[in-house]
Ligand binder design. Sequence first.
Ligand code: ZN
Ligand code: ZN
Length: 345
Amino acid sequence: MFAVLAVCESPRATQQPAPDPTPAPRGPATFLKGQLHLHSNNSGDSRTPPDEVARWYAAHGYDFIVFTDHNRVTDTADVGDMLVLPGMEITMNVDDCDPPPEGPLCPLHVNALAIDLHAPAPSVPSPADHRRDTLYRHGIALARSLGAIAQINHPNFHYAVDAALLATLAGEGPLLVEIANEAIDSNNAGDARHPSTEAIWDDALRRGAVVWGTATDDAHHYADAEAVRAAGELAFEGDRGWVMVRADRDADAIAAALLRGDFYATNGALLDEVGCAATGLHVVPSDRRARIECIDAAGVRAPGSDGLTCALGDRFVRARVHDRAGRTAWTQPCFSAPRAGADAG
Ligand SMILES: [Zn+2]
Ligand SMILES: [Zn+2]
C-alpha cells in the first residue's frame, strides 16, 4: 500500500451487476479460501513476479486469489486448482485532498476485484476536484466500469475514510471494505482520535449502508520476507488475512458471492456454518470453544441461550468469533428490516 503513484486514468468498461443486499441463506457450508489484496513486481514496490506469487498462495492452501497491483491489471494462469482472478489496486495518491490529510499524503485506494478482461474500454472522466468523495467515486466508477467489484482499502491508512464517507459511497451499490488489512501500517485499531476500522464499519451500517467487511494481506513480500526484515526494512507478508467465500470453484460464482456478502473475513479462525435467519445470525465456529460476540448498533453482547445465535437488533447484527488460538473471524451483518440505502447523516 505504500507505493506513490498518480491518480490513475481509466483503462476499460462494462455494467456492474445489480445490487443484491439479500442476506445469505443458511446452508451447507463449502467455503473457498480467497485473497483479495496482494502485490507482485508489477507494482514496483514488490520484487516477486506474478507466477511466483501465485505459486506461493497455492502452496498456502488458497482456492483463489485476486492480483491487485497498483494501477495495473495483472493476470496469470491458474495454479492447479487455485483460480487466479485479474484485479487492480486503483491507487490514488494525491498531496492534497478535501478534507485535508493529517500528513503529507492523501492515499485513497480502491481495489477492482475480478476484472472482466473482455470489457470494452471505460470512459470514466478524471476527477475535476480533489474532494475525498469525488476521488473515491472516481475509483469506484472505474472499478465498476471494468466489470469489477469495488473494495475500499485500508480505511485507517493515513485515516483516508470515515463512517460518513463510507456510508455515502455504499449508497451507490454493493461495496466491500477492508476491516482487517493485515499490513503493518494499516492502523486497524485506530487511536485516541480515530475509531477502529470495525467501529467505522459499524457506524456506516448504523447509517443504513450495505457494505461487506473483508480481511486481506496487502502482501508485497513472499520468499524474500526474511531478507527484507534482515535488512531492517518492514516486510509486508502474506497469508495473514483472507476471506472464506461460499461458492462453487468458479470465478463468476465467487464474484456473485462477494457481491451478496456470502462470505466471512478471518485472520485464522474458521467457521463451519454462518448465515442469516428470521431469528438472527447463526454461527458455528470450527473451534467449538471459540468465544462469539454479537455486535449491533447498540454495542457488543453475548449470543442467545444456544450460544450460537445473535438475535437481530437495531438495524443489523454481526458476529466476531475468537478462537482459542487468539485468531478472529468476522461475519457479515444480517439486517433487521428492508433498507432504503445509505443515509450519510
Ligand atoms: Zn495494496
Ligand atoms: Zn493501498
